[in-house]
Design a protein around this ligand. Structure first.
Ligand code: TXA
Ligand code: MG
Length: 324
C-alpha cells in the first residue's frame, strides 16, 4: 500500500473521511500531535491501528469526537467531568470515563477495560474531519510503538509510510505535546501530564490534582518509561555538555538546537518532539553517541516536558533502543 499525502482542503478532508468510513487508516493533525485514526466502531480498523503501530494489544486507544454531545453518547459524565469538559473542550484534555452500555465501540478500543478515554480536539482540520466522518475515531499518536510522537506530516510519513491509506497534511501541531489525561470520575486524578497544565485544571477543580502513582498499576500505559525513546542515548539536566553529544538547549545558550531561546515553556513544548527527531538524525549522521538536553524548569508545561524527557532518557528494556 502506498500512503497518500492529502492536502488540507475540503477535498482532502472529504477523501480522508471516506477512507475512515471505509475502515481504512488515516493520520490527521490535532493541536497536540498527529493521530493515527481508524473508525472506532469497526473491529478491523481498530485491529489495524495496533498492527500499523506494532503496539501491544493491552494498550487502549483514545476516542476522538467533535463535541461533548457525541462524547455523552459513549461515556457517563460525572459532574466534575462535565465541568472540565465544558471548560477545556475542544482542547488538549483527555478524560477517562465509564463506558455507557450502548457505547457501540469496538471492544479493542478499551482493551477490555470498562472505561474509555475521550478527547475533543481543537485543531480545525481534526474538527472538520470528525464531523465529516460522523462516527467516533480511535487515534493513538501516529508513530510506531516506542518512537517519539509525530508533530509534522513528514514525521508520520517516516514512521508509517506504506502502513496506512493516507496522511492529512496540516503543518506542525501547535501544542506539540500529547493531551493531558485525567481519570474523570471523582476523585479526579492525573494519569498523564500533557498539553494542558495542571494549574489550569486545579483552578477548575478548586483543589489540588493528585497524581495516580499506585505502584505497579499502569492505568495509562503511556506512563511506561522508555515510551518516548529516540534511537540514541539521551541524557537530561545536562549543565556542562561535552562536545561528544548533540545538545538540545533551553534559554540563552550555545546549542545544536534550542527548545526556546528566551525560555518560553509553551514554545519549548511545541518544539520538543521535532527537536528530539532532529537531534536523533544529527547524532546518527555524525556518529555522536548521545543527545544531551539542558535543564528545563519544572513548572507549568515544563512538568510535561520533563516527564517526556525522563522517558526518553530511561534505560531501554530490550536490546534495540527505542523500539519496544
Ligand atoms: O494528544 C493525544 O492524546 C494524542 C492525539 C492523537 O489525540 N493521542 C495519544 O494517544 O497520545 P496514545 O495512544 O499515544 O496515548 C493515549 C494513552 C495511552 O497511554 C493509553 O494507554 C491511555 O491513553 N488510555 C487509553 N484509554 C484508556 C483507558 N480507558 N484508561 C486508561 N488509560 C487509557
Ligand atoms: Mg503515543
Amino acid at each position: 500500500m502506498s500512503t497518500q499525502l492529502l492536502h488540507p482542503t475540503s477535498k482532502g478532508v472529504a477523501r480522508a473521511a471516506a477512507y475512515l468510513r471505509d475502515g481504512r487508516l488515516v493520520a490527521f493533525p490535532t493541536e497536540t500531535v498527529y493521530g493515527l485514526g481508524g473508525d472506532a466502531t469497526n473491529d478491523t480498523a481498530c485491529a489495524g491501528i495496533f498492527a500499523a503501530k506494532g503496539r501491544p494489544q493491552f494498550n487502549p486507544l483514545i476516542v476522538h469526537v467533535p463535541g461533548i454531545a457525541q462524547a455523552r453518547r459513549i461515556a457517563v459524565f460525572s459532574p466534575e467531568a462535565e465541568a472540565l469538559a465544558s471548560t477545556f473542550w475542544p482542547g488538549p484534555l483527555t478524560l477517562v470515563l465509564p463506558l455507557r452500555p450502548d457505547h457501540g465501540l469496538s471492544p479493542l478500543v478499551s482493551a477490555g477495560l470498562n472505561t474509555v478515554a475521550i478527547r475533543v480536539p481543537a485543531h480545525p482540520l481534526a474538527q472538520d474531519l470528525l464531523r465529516a466522518v460522523g462516527r467516533p475515531v480511535a487515534a493513538p499518536s501516529a508513530n510506531p510503538s516506542g518512537w517519539i510522537s509525530p508533530t509534522t506530516a513528514s514525521h508520520v510519513m517516516a514512521g508509517l509510510s506504506g502502513q496506512i491509506a493516507a496522511i492529512l497534511d496540516g503543518k506542525a501541531c501547535p501544542v506539540g505535546l500529547e493531551s493531558t489525561i485525567l481519570s474523570g470520575t471523582a476523585p479526579i486524578r492525573l494519569l498523564r501530564a500533557g498539553g494542558l497544565a495542571r494549574e489550569d485544571i486545579e483552578a477548575v477543580l478548586g483543589a489540588p490534582l493528585p497524581e495516580d502513582t499506585t505502584p505497579g498499576k499502569v492505568e495509562a500505559p503511556g506512563q511506561l518509561s522508555s515510551h518516548y525513546a529516540p534511537r540514541v542515548a539521551v541524557r537530561i539536566n545536562v549543565q556542562h555538555p561535552s562536545g561528544e553529544a548533540v545538545l538540545i538547549g533551553f534559554g540563552d545558550m550555545d546549542a545544536d538546537l534550542n527548545l526556546s531561546r528566551n525560555g518560553n515553556l509553551i514554545e519549548a513544548a511545541a518544539n520538543l518532539f521535532g527537536h528530539l527527531h532532529r537531534a536523533e538524525a544529527l547524532a546518527l549522521q555524525n556518529a555522536k553517541p548521545e543527545i544531551a538536553v539542558a535543564p528545563v524548569p519544572d513548572t507549568g508545561l515544563g512538568r510535561a516536558i520533563n516527564d517526556r524527557l525522563h522517558r526518553a532518557a530511561a534505560p531501554r528494556p530490550s536490546g534495540v533502543p527505542g523500539r519496544t
